[in-house]
Design a protein around this ligand. Sequence first.
Ligand code: SAM
Length: 263
Amino acid sequence: MAIDTSVPSIARIYDYFLDGKDNFACDRELAAELLRVAPEARAMARDNRAFLGRVVRYLAGCGITQFLDIGTGLPTQNNVHEVAQEIAPDTKVAYVDNDPVVLVHARALLADNPHTIVVEADVRDPRALLADPALRELIDFDQPVAVLLVGILYFFPEEDRPFDIVAAFRDAVAPGSYLALSHVVADEGPDELGRAQELYRTFLKRSGDARRTRAQVLSFFDGLEFAEPGLVPARHWRPDPGTTADTGDGAGWILGGVGRKKA
Ligand code: SAM
């Protein structure tokens, strides 16, 4: 897929919010517009990224040695394999994204790591992804896997069937597997949040409303048992010891949780 530097991308806007360098003028323009409407967007991106790191450390600590990271984003600090392999060096990580810039950077970063792969796929077709030969060679679906859908589902309106996407992964993994996700919630955030999502939709030329309530986000975890502390503001999910997870800057607008498929 060609890289179009005139159309903003989700991955590059997120990279900009995280102070990354892999973004173009069109991304920065939309990011500025988003920040004007919802200044908390940057803090939300940082909360989300930090949540991902803590989740991976937690899951690696639970003995998980296989990760399927869907909607990887541009490599930044604390990438999934770096965090997990620090705990268990042989941990396998399959990174999945459909953004050409992400794929180029991820492949460059991972070129000499034998336990990781980068899969180009659109997660809205989960069955095609799950059938990918390289994925099936790396990940043993008869053993527990952690499926990470962090910072992605809130880009999918109902017509993308996000609940079916999650169900497809839940059904494909072995008992003892985990699902981790984060999601912006419409009932916690104020109107700015709705306007920011509207901006995303317009610029990314997506139709349909992807806003969800806390109750809807909870139902992504149907059939799974929550790891403590359940579905909470991402910033408050097992904060690192010694850090104070304050409640300002839109802390409650993005929720995170981890669920386990019962054995
Ligand atoms: N998961 C990372 C994190 O939480 O730090 C990155 C989140 S970033 C906000 C969302 C990522 O999802 C982007 O890299 C984007 O390219 C990817 N993405 C969006 N739609 C996708 C799709 N339909 N299939 C695969 N990846 C997608």
